[in-house]
Design a protein around this ligand. Structure first.
Ligand SMILES: C[S@@+](CC[C@H](N)C(=O)[O-])C[C@H]1O[C@@H](n2cnc3c(N)ncnc32)[C@H](O)[C@@H]1O
Length: 436
């Protein structure tokens, strides 16, 4: 970064009123009992305020159960909600170009915003879109009965995959294979409706897990499918063989759980949102080819943190069930921070095109490599190089009192304990920051 950047102390914010109100609110925030610690971030010629507090908490602000789709490295719904409430209005477009299970778009829809989202994995769209059109319990039950009849016609599996039998009882696998073939066929015939899509979403989420609420024998959590070899070892160690699980009963139960928190106004909000919602399977550095320019009021997003999470490995069973070739998904998995920063700059350039003047980007990252790499430093740089204006850094820290020196090395070893968010804004004018 060899340009001369503006300094917050000397250059007034672009729209003083709302930005100043946000700074004031963050500085005075004490909703969960702690006062905000205000620090400063310095990078070359740039200084940014850093606000550290517990800004949202899972306990005190219950999220809607509609979010309860497990996904590796997803954030809590309270995170996008914090920014949606403050930095957008009903009817505004809210985008997440790395949407994963869709925490941002689902929360945006529930808050009466228009949800837009992208992800390079085709799984993401299948996890998000059906939740804008939840079917009734009766519709799910009737459809499952119809599919179940197809299973009855098939008494045993023709050729059971030995790798899958490590996870599933043969009869469970038969039901699962019939369901899978039914869904794939419906899709290729162009007949997959919102009830099928909902069932596919729920089943995808029940493939593996710890409890009897999943189709598999005891294994890792549902967002992390192990390899068949690893599962063989788990089975041997635990002296377990896959028990029969009622695929259709499990789907019905989880389906009800997902919908149980939906009030009438939520159904109306989802209905309104789906008319204008847009979800694309695309790499985030190509997003501008899919969405209309200068339309987005707010982006709330969280990219892959270098190579911390192996999304392709974790999702192999989900991809199998959905008929997706996991090896063909060009997932970012950067080892070098320089490559990661270049990718993020390319993403920010796309976001800049998509944002309305004065639109916002809340870009969440974690500490990686045991705190040795603070990705927010690189995010600031990527945003500035793309021509966005960094406004502040917000650190949501639930274990606040135990980590007094949280701006230095903290207790955060996996990079996901605290949320570290760089907030940017698109300048209303076309002036480049370097011209200031
Ligand atoms: C940290 S997760 C986002 C989780 C999301 N915030 C949620 O709550 O579910 C990062 C996501 O980036 C996606 N991804 C990886 N490479 C990508 C790329 N080049 N473009 C878009 N998405 C990508 C992964 O599939 C994963 O869903």
């Amino acid at each position: 970064m060899n340009q001369t950047l503006f300094n917050l102390n000397t250059i007034p914010p672009l729209t003083v009123s709302d930005e100043a109100a946000l700074h004031a609110e963050l500085a005075a925030f004490a909703e969960f009992g702690e006062e905000t610690v205000i620090d400063a971030w310095h990078g070359e010629d740039l200084e940014l305020p850093v606000y550290i507090n517990e800004f949202w908490t899972a306990k005190q602000r219950q999220a809607n159960p509609l979010h309860e789709i497990s996904y590796r490295a997803c954030f809590k719904p309270q995170l996008p909600r914090f920014f949606i409430d403050r930095l957008s209005a009903p009817g505004d477009i809210v985008l997440d170009p790395f949407m994963g299970r869709g925490t941002t778009p689902i929360e945006a829809a529930l808050a009466q915003r228009i949800p837009w989202g992208g992800d390079v994995s085709p799984l993401a769209k299948r996890l998000v879109e059906p939740r804008l059109t939840p079917p009734s319990n009766d519709e799910v039950e009737t459809r499952l009965k119809e599919i179940k009849k197809l299973c009855a016609a098939k008494s045993v599996l023709d050729a059971a995959d030995p790798d899958l039998l490590v996870f599933y009882n043969a009869n469970t696998l038969r039901d699962l294979v019939v369901l899978r073939e039914y869904l794939i066929q419906r899709e290729s015939d162009g007949q997959l409706d919102s009830i099928d899509a909902w069932i596919r979403l729920v089943a995808t989420n029940r493939l593996t897990g710890h409890s009897t609420g999943f189709f598999s024998v005891y294994t890792l959590p549902p967002n992390q499918a192990v390899t068949a070899d690893r599962q063989r070892k788990i089975n041997a160690k635990r002296e377990q063989t896959p028990p029969f699980r009622d695929v259709f009963g499990i789907i019905e139960k989880k389906s009800k759980q997902l919908m149980k928190g939906l009030r009438d106004e939520d159904f109306s909000a989802l209905e309104r949102a789906r008319g204008e919602a847009q979800f694309h399977t695309t790499s985030a550095d190509q997003a501008a080819a899919h969405f209309a320019a200068e339309s987005v009021s707010l982006v709330v997003t969280s990219p892959p943190f270098l190579d911390v999470v192996q999304y392709a490995q974790d999702n192999w069973l989900r991809c199998w069930f959905n008929g997706i070739d996991a090896s063909a998904v060009p997932m970012w998995n950067c080892r070098r921070v320089e490559d990661w920063t270049a990718s993020m700059t390319a993403v920010m350039e796309q976001l800049k095109q998509l944002l309305k003047p004065n639109g916002w980007v809340a870009f969440e990252v974690g500490e990686v490599r045991n705190g040795r790499i603070k990705l927010e430093n690189h995010v600031v740089r990527a945003g500035v190089e793309a021509g966005l204006e960094p406004v502040l850094i917000l650190i949501n820290q639930q274990d606040f009192t135990k980590t007094a020196n949280c701006w230095g090395v903290s207790n955060n070893t996996s990079g996901t304990n605290t949320n570290r968010i760089v907030l940017f804004r698109k300048c209303a004018s076309n002036r480049q920051l370097t011209e200031r």
